[in-house]
Design a protein around this ligand. Sequence first.
Ligand SMILES: Nc1ncnc2c1ncn2[C@@H]1O[C@H](COP(=O)(O)OP(=O)(O)O)[C@@H](O)[C@H]1O
Ligand SMILES: [Mg+2]
Length: 331
Amino acid sequence: MFHSARIKLTLWYLLIIMAISVLFSLTIYRFQVTESERILLRQRVGIERGGFLRPGFGPPELEPEILKEAQRRLMLNLILINLGVLIISGGAAYFLAGRTLKPIEKALENQKRFVADASHELRTPLTTMKTELEVNLRSKGLVEEAKKILESNLEEVDKLGYLSDKLLRLSCYEQKEGLSFTSISLKEALEEAVEKHTSLAKSKKIEIVKDLEEVGIQGDFAALVEAFGTMLDNAVKYSPKESKVNVDLQSKDGKAVVMIQDSGVGIKASELPHIFDRFYRADTSRTKEKVTGFGLGLSIARAAVEKHHGKIEVVSTPGKGSTFTVILPTA
Ligand SMILES: Nc1ncnc2c1ncn2[C@@H]1O[C@H](COP(=O)(O)OP(=O)(O)O)[C@@H](O)[C@H]1O
Ligand SMILES: [Mg+2]
C-alpha cells in the first residue's frame, strides 16, 4: 500500500517540477525567437533605409538560416536540460516521497501493533473469566436469578473472546507476516468451509448446493477456509428459511473463481461500498430474526484474499439476493 502511495506522490512531485521546468524553457525559447526576429527586422529596415548599403560598413548581415540554426540548437539544449531535470528530480522526488510517508507508515504500523497487542492481552483475562463463570454455573446451591446472570455474563464473555480473536486475526493479516503459503486444494478448502456451516444451514432448512472443480493454488488453507466460511455464514444468516445457497468453484483463464450465491435480503447499492469496512453492518432490520455479528467478517476475508493477490467482488439486489465472487490467481 505504501509503495503505491510513494510512487503516486513521486509522480505528483515530478509533475509539478516538470510543469515549472517546461514552462520556463518555453518562455526562454519564445523570448529568443521573438528577440531574433526583432533583430532581423531592424536590420532589414536599416538595409532598406540604405544605412549599410556600402560594403564594409555596419555589422555583417544576419542570415535567417543562421538564426533558424541557432533556434534549433537552443531547442535541442532545452530538451536535453529538461531530460536531465526529469531524471534528477525523479530520483529526488522518490527519495522525498519516501521521507514524507515514513512517519505515516510508522504511525500506522504502531496502531496495528497496538490493536494486535491489546487483543492478545485481552485473551488471558477473558479465558480466566470464562473458566470461572463455567465452574460457578455448575455449583449446586445457585439461585435461579444468579444462574441467569452468570449465563448472560458467559455469553458476553464469549462475544468478547470472539471479538478479540477477530481483531487479532485482522491485524495479523494486515501486517507483512501472518500467513503461511503451501500448495492447497481450493475444493477441499470450500468443502471444509461448507462442512463447518451445515448445522447452521440445517437449523434454517437452507440447502447448500456445491458445484466444485478441482483447483490447486499456493495459499494459506486455514485463512481461505475462514474467508469462505465468512461468506457462507453471511449467505445463510441473511437468507430466509428454506432457501438455497450455491457454492461454485471454476478454473478460468489461469484464475480460480469462487462464487457464493444466496437469495436472501440483499444489500442496498448505497451500502455495498462499505460492507468490507471494519465494524460496518448494513441495516439488517429487514431480516425477521435478530442477526448477531460485529461487522468484521468481510474485512478479515478481504484482507486474507488480498494477501493471496486476489480480489472479492459483490453483486447484490435488495430483496433478491447477493453473489460474492472471489478471484484468486492459480499460478
Ligand atoms: N450475503 C449477504 N446478504 C446480505 N447482506 C450481507 C451479506 N453479506 C454481508 N452482508 C452485509 O454486510 C455486512 C458486513 O458483513 P460482515 O463483515 O460479515 O459482518 P457481520 O458480522 O455483520 O456478518 C453485514 O452486516 C450485512 O449487512
Ligand atoms: Mg458475517
